[in-house]
Design a protein around this ligand. Structure first.
Ligand SMILES: [Ca+2]
Ligand SMILES: [Ca+2]
Length: 95
């Protein structure tokens, strides 16, 4: 089973540069790990089926919200972009 636990997802949502203590890479590392766990066929793209099987709806986003370019699959690039929107670099200038 590759279902993600609510704890893992809560960790992802709660991860912040300050809490991680090691810079923003720890949070992005967690995003990658979750993405790779959900990407069952490991083709680098999360389809709607993979998204639903992994229970990523608990992430708080719909599949459509993670598929930023609406090409039918979410990539790690899209996930990291979403993560960065939620967790802007501490001390960085707001855009
Ligand atoms: Ca896949
Ligand atoms: Ca996409």
């Amino acid at each position: 089973m590759r279902l993600l636990t609510p704890i893992a997802l809560a960790t992802l949502m709660a991860a912040s540069p300050a809490a991680a203590g090691g810079g923003c890479h720890d949070g992005e590392k967690a995003v990658r790990q979750i993405f790779e766990s959900a990407d069952v066929d490991q083709d680098g793209r999360l389809t709607r089926a993979e998204y639903e099987v992994a229970g990523l709806a608990h992430f708080g986003l719909s599949f459509e919200q993670t598929d930023l370019d609406a090409d039918g699959a979410a990539t790690i690039t899209e996930y990291l972009e979403i993560y960065r929107k939620h967790h802007p670099p501490a001390g960085g200038s707001e855009v």
